[in-house]
Design a protein around this ligand. Structure first.
Ligand SMILES: O=C(O)c1ccc[n+]([C@@H]2O[C@H](COP(=O)([O-])O)[C@@H](O)[C@H]2O)c1
Ligand SMILES: Cc1cc2nc[nH]c2cc1C
Length: 341
Protein backbone atom coordinates (compact mmCIF):
# COMPACT_ATOMS: atom_id res chain seq x y z
CA UNK A 1 0.00 0.00 0.00
CA UNK A 2 1.67 3.20 -1.16
CA UNK A 3 0.66 6.57 0.27
CA UNK A 4 1.87 9.63 -1.63
CA UNK A 5 3.64 12.18 0.54
CA UNK A 6 1.80 15.44 1.10
CA UNK A 7 2.34 17.75 -1.90
CA UNK A 8 4.02 20.77 -0.24
CA UNK A 9 4.33 22.58 -3.55
CA UNK A 10 0.60 22.43 -4.20
CA UNK A 11 -0.07 23.52 -0.61
CA UNK A 12 2.24 26.52 -1.02
CA UNK A 13 0.55 27.39 -4.29
CA UNK A 14 -2.77 27.33 -2.45
CA UNK A 15 -1.32 29.72 0.16
CA UNK A 16 -0.12 32.07 -2.56
CA UNK A 17 -3.48 31.96 -4.32
CA UNK A 18 -5.24 32.57 -1.02
CA UNK A 19 -3.13 35.68 -0.44
CA UNK A 20 -4.21 37.10 -3.83
CA UNK A 21 -7.89 36.85 -2.96
CA UNK A 22 -9.84 39.95 -1.94
CA UNK A 23 -9.39 39.70 1.84
CA UNK A 24 -6.67 40.48 4.35
CA UNK A 25 -4.18 37.58 4.36
CA UNK A 26 -5.21 34.83 6.79
CA UNK A 27 -8.60 36.38 7.49
CA UNK A 28 -10.51 33.24 6.49
CA UNK A 29 -8.77 31.33 9.26
CA UNK A 30 -9.37 27.59 9.28
CA UNK A 31 -11.04 27.81 5.85
CA UNK A 32 -7.65 28.77 4.41
CA UNK A 33 -5.94 25.94 6.26
CA UNK A 34 -8.50 23.43 4.98
CA UNK A 35 -8.05 24.67 1.39
CA UNK A 36 -4.26 24.40 1.78
CA UNK A 37 -4.56 20.85 3.12
CA UNK A 38 -6.95 19.80 0.35
CA UNK A 39 -4.47 21.11 -2.23
CA UNK A 40 -1.56 19.28 -0.59
CA UNK A 41 -3.58 16.06 -0.43
CA UNK A 42 -4.91 16.11 -3.99
CA UNK A 43 -2.25 18.17 -5.81
CA UNK A 44 -5.06 20.39 -7.14
CA UNK A 45 -5.83 23.98 -6.20
CA UNK A 46 -9.57 23.43 -6.05
CA UNK A 47 -10.21 19.70 -6.15
CA UNK A 48 -13.64 18.33 -6.93
CA UNK A 49 -14.70 16.64 -3.68
CA UNK A 50 -18.38 16.62 -4.55
CA UNK A 51 -18.81 12.86 -4.12
CA UNK A 52 -18.77 12.29 -0.39
CA UNK A 53 -19.10 9.11 1.64
CA UNK A 54 -19.48 8.41 5.33
CA UNK A 55 -18.57 4.86 6.26
CA UNK A 56 -20.39 3.72 9.39
CA UNK A 57 -18.74 0.61 10.80
CA UNK A 58 -20.85 -1.31 13.32
CA UNK A 59 -19.61 -3.89 15.81
CA UNK A 60 -20.26 -5.31 19.26
CA UNK A 61 -18.03 -5.52 22.30
CA UNK A 62 -17.63 -8.40 24.74
CA UNK A 63 -16.64 -5.89 27.40
CA UNK A 64 -20.30 -4.80 27.64
CA UNK A 65 -20.79 -7.61 30.19
CA UNK A 66 -18.74 -5.48 32.64
CA UNK A 67 -21.48 -2.80 32.74
CA UNK A 68 -19.57 -0.05 30.92
CA UNK A 69 -22.40 1.44 28.84
CA UNK A 70 -25.68 3.19 29.62
CA UNK A 71 -27.41 1.21 26.85
CA UNK A 72 -27.99 -2.50 26.14
CA UNK A 73 -25.83 -4.22 23.56
CA UNK A 74 -28.69 -5.02 21.17
CA UNK A 75 -28.91 -1.29 20.33
CA UNK A 76 -25.92 -1.76 17.99
CA UNK A 77 -27.85 -4.03 15.64
CA UNK A 78 -31.05 -2.05 16.03
CA UNK A 79 -29.27 1.16 15.05
CA UNK A 80 -27.89 -0.56 11.95
CA UNK A 81 -31.46 -0.87 10.68
CA UNK A 82 -32.06 2.77 11.59
CA UNK A 83 -29.04 3.76 9.42
CA UNK A 84 -30.35 1.60 6.61
CA UNK A 85 -33.82 3.14 6.72
CA UNK A 86 -32.42 6.66 6.81
CA UNK A 87 -33.66 7.67 10.27
CA UNK A 88 -30.45 8.18 12.24
CA UNK A 89 -28.79 11.54 12.86
CA UNK A 90 -25.99 10.67 10.43
CA UNK A 91 -28.56 10.06 7.68
CA UNK A 92 -30.18 13.44 8.22
CA UNK A 93 -26.84 15.27 8.31
CA UNK A 94 -25.67 13.37 5.25
CA UNK A 95 -28.75 14.43 3.32
CA UNK A 96 -28.02 17.97 4.51
CA UNK A 97 -24.38 17.74 3.40
CA UNK A 98 -24.81 15.84 0.14
CA UNK A 99 -23.09 12.69 1.38
CA UNK A 100 -23.95 9.02 1.00
CA UNK A 101 -24.03 6.70 4.03
CA UNK A 102 -22.44 3.25 3.77
CA UNK A 103 -23.25 1.03 6.72
CA UNK A 104 -20.94 -1.93 7.35
CA UNK A 105 -21.50 -4.88 9.66
CA UNK A 106 -17.91 -5.64 10.59
CA UNK A 107 -18.67 -7.46 13.82
CA UNK A 108 -22.21 -7.17 15.15
CA UNK A 109 -23.15 -9.97 17.55
CA UNK A 110 -26.35 -10.93 15.74
CA UNK A 111 -26.99 -11.89 12.11
CA UNK A 112 -28.26 -8.89 10.18
CA UNK A 113 -29.77 -8.90 6.72
CA UNK A 114 -30.72 -5.98 4.55
CA UNK A 115 -30.14 -5.34 0.84
CA UNK A 116 -28.24 -2.10 1.55
CA UNK A 117 -26.08 -3.52 4.36
CA UNK A 118 -22.43 -4.08 3.51
CA UNK A 119 -21.58 -7.31 5.30
CA UNK A 120 -17.92 -7.71 6.20
CA UNK A 121 -18.44 -9.55 9.46
CA UNK A 122 -15.08 -10.66 10.84
CA UNK A 123 -16.59 -12.24 13.98
CA UNK A 124 -19.65 -11.93 16.20
CA UNK A 125 -18.32 -9.18 18.46
CA UNK A 126 -15.00 -8.97 20.29
CA UNK A 127 -13.95 -10.95 23.35
CA UNK A 128 -14.24 -9.27 26.74
CA UNK A 129 -10.99 -7.28 26.94
CA UNK A 130 -11.15 -7.25 30.76
CA UNK A 131 -10.48 -11.00 30.56
CA UNK A 132 -8.47 -11.57 27.39
CA UNK A 133 -7.77 -10.35 23.85
CA UNK A 134 -10.44 -8.66 21.75
CA UNK A 135 -9.57 -10.61 18.62
CA UNK A 136 -6.90 -12.68 16.91
CA UNK A 137 -4.20 -11.00 14.91
CA UNK A 138 -5.56 -12.36 11.60
CA UNK A 139 -9.02 -11.02 12.49
CA UNK A 140 -7.48 -7.58 12.95
CA UNK A 141 -5.87 -7.86 9.53
CA UNK A 142 -9.25 -8.84 8.02
CA UNK A 143 -10.94 -5.82 9.61
CA UNK A 144 -8.21 -3.46 8.40
CA UNK A 145 -8.42 -4.93 4.89
CA UNK A 146 -12.21 -4.56 4.90
CA UNK A 147 -11.84 -0.81 5.53
CA UNK A 148 -9.09 -0.33 2.94
CA UNK A 149 -10.92 -2.36 0.28
CA UNK A 150 -14.22 -0.57 0.81
CA UNK A 151 -12.55 2.80 0.25
CA UNK A 152 -10.89 1.41 -2.89
CA UNK A 153 -14.31 0.36 -4.19
CA UNK A 154 -15.92 3.69 -3.37
CA UNK A 155 -13.02 5.57 -4.93
CA UNK A 156 -13.56 3.56 -8.11
CA UNK A 157 -17.21 4.68 -8.01
CA UNK A 158 -16.09 8.33 -7.87
CA UNK A 159 -16.10 9.16 -4.15
CA UNK A 160 -13.35 11.62 -3.19
CA UNK A 161 -14.11 12.68 0.39
CA UNK A 162 -14.44 10.15 3.21
CA UNK A 163 -15.75 10.43 6.75
CA UNK A 164 -15.32 7.86 9.49
CA UNK A 165 -18.41 6.79 11.37
CA UNK A 166 -19.12 4.03 13.88
CA UNK A 167 -21.80 2.40 15.95
CA UNK A 168 -21.00 0.01 18.77
CA UNK A 169 -22.45 -0.04 22.24
CA UNK A 170 -19.47 -0.21 24.59
CA UNK A 171 -16.92 1.11 22.11
CA UNK A 172 -15.74 4.06 24.18
CA UNK A 173 -14.16 1.48 26.53
CA UNK A 174 -11.77 -0.10 23.98
CA UNK A 175 -11.17 3.40 22.59
CA UNK A 176 -10.06 4.60 26.02
CA UNK A 177 -7.83 1.55 26.47
CA UNK A 178 -6.20 2.10 23.06
CA UNK A 179 -5.70 5.80 23.80
CA UNK A 180 -4.18 5.01 27.20
CA UNK A 181 -1.66 2.62 25.70
CA UNK A 182 -0.81 4.45 22.45
CA UNK A 183 -0.97 8.04 23.74
CA UNK A 184 0.13 7.35 27.31
CA UNK A 185 -2.94 8.86 28.99
CA UNK A 186 -3.96 7.55 32.41
CA UNK A 187 -7.33 5.75 32.27
CA UNK A 188 -8.71 8.49 34.53
CA UNK A 189 -8.04 10.86 31.61
CA UNK A 190 -8.97 8.59 28.69
CA UNK A 191 -12.25 7.20 30.07
CA UNK A 192 -15.37 9.30 29.55
CA UNK A 193 -19.10 9.00 30.04
CA UNK A 194 -19.83 7.49 26.60
CA UNK A 195 -23.58 7.21 26.09
CA UNK A 196 -24.11 8.83 29.51
CA UNK A 197 -23.03 6.63 32.44
CA UNK A 198 -23.11 7.92 36.03
CA UNK A 199 -20.13 8.57 38.30
CA UNK A 200 -20.22 5.07 39.79
CA UNK A 201 -20.24 3.34 36.38
CA UNK A 202 -17.45 5.67 35.27
CA UNK A 203 -15.32 4.38 38.15
CA UNK A 204 -16.14 0.81 37.14
CA UNK A 205 -15.19 1.66 33.54
CA UNK A 206 -11.81 3.10 34.64
CA UNK A 207 -11.17 -0.15 36.54
CA UNK A 208 -12.15 -2.19 33.47
CA UNK A 209 -9.73 -0.25 31.24
CA UNK A 210 -6.93 -0.75 33.78
CA UNK A 211 -7.64 -4.49 33.95
CA UNK A 212 -7.82 -4.77 30.14
CA UNK A 213 -4.35 -3.24 29.88
CA UNK A 214 -2.94 -5.44 32.68
CA UNK A 215 -4.47 -8.68 31.46
CA UNK A 216 -3.50 -8.17 27.80
CA UNK A 217 -0.15 -6.42 28.35
CA UNK A 218 -0.11 -4.91 24.85
CA UNK A 219 3.17 -3.69 23.36
CA UNK A 220 2.71 0.08 23.10
CA UNK A 221 5.25 0.19 20.28
CA UNK A 222 3.20 -2.21 18.14
CA UNK A 223 -0.17 -0.76 17.04
CA UNK A 224 -1.23 -4.13 15.61
CA UNK A 225 -0.70 -5.77 19.00
CA UNK A 226 -2.59 -2.96 20.75
CA UNK A 227 -5.55 -3.07 18.34
CA UNK A 228 -5.88 -6.85 18.31
CA UNK A 229 -5.71 -7.11 22.10
CA UNK A 230 -7.85 -4.09 23.02
CA UNK A 231 -9.92 -4.14 19.93
CA UNK A 232 -12.95 -2.88 18.51
CA UNK A 233 -13.62 -4.44 15.11
CA UNK A 234 -15.14 -1.12 13.96
CA UNK A 235 -12.08 0.72 15.30
CA UNK A 236 -9.82 -1.58 13.27
CA UNK A 237 -12.08 -1.21 10.23
CA UNK A 238 -11.92 2.58 10.51
CA UNK A 239 -8.12 2.51 10.79
CA UNK A 240 -8.36 0.71 7.43
CA UNK A 241 -10.71 3.36 6.05
CA UNK A 242 -8.25 6.12 7.00
CA UNK A 243 -5.30 4.27 5.45
CA UNK A 244 -7.43 3.54 2.36
CA UNK A 245 -8.44 7.19 1.94
CA UNK A 246 -4.80 8.30 2.19
CA UNK A 247 -3.68 5.61 -0.26
CA UNK A 248 -6.26 6.91 -2.75
CA UNK A 249 -5.14 10.52 -2.26
CA UNK A 250 -8.37 11.58 -0.52
CA UNK A 251 -8.99 13.43 2.75
CA UNK A 252 -10.19 11.34 5.70
CA UNK A 253 -12.49 13.38 7.92
CA UNK A 254 -12.26 12.03 11.46
CA UNK A 255 -15.38 12.06 13.63
CA UNK A 256 -15.29 11.85 17.46
CA UNK A 257 -13.46 9.92 20.14
CA UNK A 258 -13.73 6.39 18.74
CA UNK A 259 -12.77 7.53 15.23
CA UNK A 260 -9.83 9.44 16.70
CA UNK A 261 -8.62 6.30 18.51
CA UNK A 262 -8.74 4.57 15.10
CA UNK A 263 -6.86 7.50 13.56
CA UNK A 264 -4.17 7.29 16.21
CA UNK A 265 -3.73 3.57 15.53
CA UNK A 266 -3.60 4.22 11.76
CA UNK A 267 -0.98 6.93 12.32
CA UNK A 268 1.16 4.53 14.31
CA UNK A 269 0.84 1.92 11.55
CA UNK A 270 1.93 4.39 8.92
CA UNK A 271 2.99 7.95 9.66
CA UNK A 272 2.12 8.99 6.09
CA UNK A 273 -1.64 9.02 6.77
CA UNK A 274 -1.22 12.01 9.07
CA UNK A 275 -1.49 14.86 6.51
CA UNK A 276 -4.62 13.26 5.01
CA UNK A 277 -6.59 13.56 8.24
CA UNK A 278 -9.00 16.37 9.06
CA UNK A 279 -10.26 16.39 12.66
CA UNK A 280 -13.87 17.45 12.30
CA UNK A 281 -15.14 18.30 15.77
CA UNK A 282 -14.26 18.21 19.43
CA UNK A 283 -16.33 15.54 21.12
CA UNK A 284 -17.59 16.00 24.65
CA UNK A 285 -16.04 12.66 25.50
CA UNK A 286 -13.37 13.14 28.13
CA UNK A 287 -9.94 12.56 26.62
CA UNK A 288 -10.77 13.74 23.12
CA UNK A 289 -9.23 17.21 23.49
CA UNK A 290 -6.01 15.76 24.89
CA UNK A 291 -5.91 13.05 22.24
CA UNK A 292 -6.30 15.51 19.34
CA UNK A 293 -3.67 17.75 20.88
CA UNK A 294 -1.22 14.85 21.17
CA UNK A 295 -1.94 13.94 17.54
CA UNK A 296 -1.31 17.53 16.48
CA UNK A 297 -4.84 17.94 15.09
CA UNK A 298 -7.11 20.97 15.54
CA UNK A 299 -10.84 20.26 15.32
CA UNK A 300 -12.77 22.33 12.78
CA UNK A 301 -15.92 22.79 14.89
CA UNK A 302 -16.93 22.63 18.56
CA UNK A 303 -20.56 21.54 18.83
CA UNK A 304 -20.66 19.75 22.23
CA UNK A 305 -21.64 16.58 20.37
CA UNK A 306 -20.86 13.04 21.57
CA UNK A 307 -22.95 10.89 19.26
CA UNK A 308 -20.53 9.18 16.91
CA UNK A 309 -21.97 7.63 13.69
CA UNK A 310 -19.82 10.09 11.73
CA UNK A 311 -22.19 12.96 12.58
CA UNK A 312 -19.51 15.53 13.43
CA UNK A 313 -17.48 14.61 10.36
CA UNK A 314 -20.45 14.89 7.99
CA UNK A 315 -21.42 18.21 9.56
CA UNK A 316 -17.97 19.49 8.51
CA UNK A 317 -18.45 18.55 4.86
CA UNK A 318 -20.19 21.85 3.94
CA UNK A 319 -17.32 23.75 5.58
CA UNK A 320 -14.78 21.82 3.51
CA UNK A 321 -16.87 22.53 0.39
CA UNK A 322 -16.97 26.21 1.34
CA UNK A 323 -13.19 26.35 1.78
CA UNK A 324 -12.61 25.00 -1.73
CA UNK A 325 -15.36 27.13 -3.27
CA UNK A 326 -13.73 30.28 -1.89
CA UNK A 327 -10.46 29.33 -3.58
CA UNK A 328 -12.26 28.72 -6.86
CA UNK A 329 -14.71 31.62 -6.93
CA UNK A 330 -13.32 34.58 -5.00
CA UNK A 331 -12.01 37.53 -6.98
CA UNK A 332 -8.33 38.44 -6.77
CA UNK A 333 -7.09 41.94 -5.81
CA UNK A 334 -5.81 42.46 -9.37
CA UNK A 335 -8.95 41.09 -11.01
CA UNK A 336 -11.28 43.25 -8.91
CA UNK A 337 -9.06 46.35 -9.01
CA UNK A 338 -8.75 46.56 -5.24
CA UNK A 339 -5.68 48.31 -3.83
CA UNK A 340 -3.20 46.85 -1.38
CA UNK A 341 0.26 47.81 -0.29
O1 LIG B 1 -17.96 9.99 18.81
C1 LIG B 1 -17.87 10.20 20.03
O2 LIG B 1 -17.06 11.00 20.50
C2 LIG B 1 -18.78 9.40 20.95
C3 LIG B 1 -18.75 9.65 22.32
C4 LIG B 1 -19.61 8.93 23.12
C5 LIG B 1 -20.43 7.93 22.58
N1 LIG B 1 -20.43 7.69 21.25
C6 LIG B 1 -21.31 6.63 20.67
O3 LIG B 1 -21.93 5.91 21.72
C7 LIG B 1 -21.60 4.53 21.66
C8 LIG B 1 -20.53 4.20 22.65
O4 LIG B 1 -20.84 4.64 23.95
P1 LIG B 1 -20.72 3.59 25.15
O5 LIG B 1 -21.14 4.35 26.37
O6 LIG B 1 -21.68 2.48 24.83
O7 LIG B 1 -19.31 3.13 25.17
C9 LIG B 1 -21.11 4.27 20.25
O8 LIG B 1 -22.17 3.81 19.45
C10 LIG B 1 -20.59 5.62 19.79
O9 LIG B 1 -20.91 5.84 18.45
C11 LIG B 1 -19.62 8.41 20.44
C1 LIG C 1 -29.67 5.41 20.39
C2 LIG C 1 -28.17 5.44 20.16
C3 LIG C 1 -27.67 5.93 18.93
C4 LIG C 1 -26.29 5.96 18.74
N1 LIG C 1 -25.54 6.35 17.71
C5 LIG C 1 -24.27 6.16 18.01
N2 LIG C 1 -24.19 5.65 19.22
C6 LIG C 1 -25.41 5.51 19.72
C7 LIG C 1 -25.90 5.03 20.94
C8 LIG C 1 -27.28 5.01 21.16
C9 LIG C 1 -27.78 4.49 22.46
Amino acid sequence: MRIRPFNEQAAEQADRHSDHLTKPPGSLGKLERIARQAAGITGELWPDLSRKAVIVMAADHGVCEEGVSAFPQEVTGQMVFNFLSGGAAVNVLSRHSGADVFCVDIGVKSDLEHPALITRKVRYGTGNIAKGPAMERDELMQALAAGINLVDELYAQGYRLFATGEMGIGNTTPSAAIVSVLAGLAPEQSVGRGTGINEQSWRTKVGVVKRAIEVNAPDAGDPYDVLSKLGGLEIAGLAGVIIGAAANGCPAVIDGYISSAAALAAMRMTERVYPYMIASHLSQEQGHAKLLELMGLTPVIHMDMRLGEGTGAVLCFPIIDAAIKLMREMATFDGAGISRE
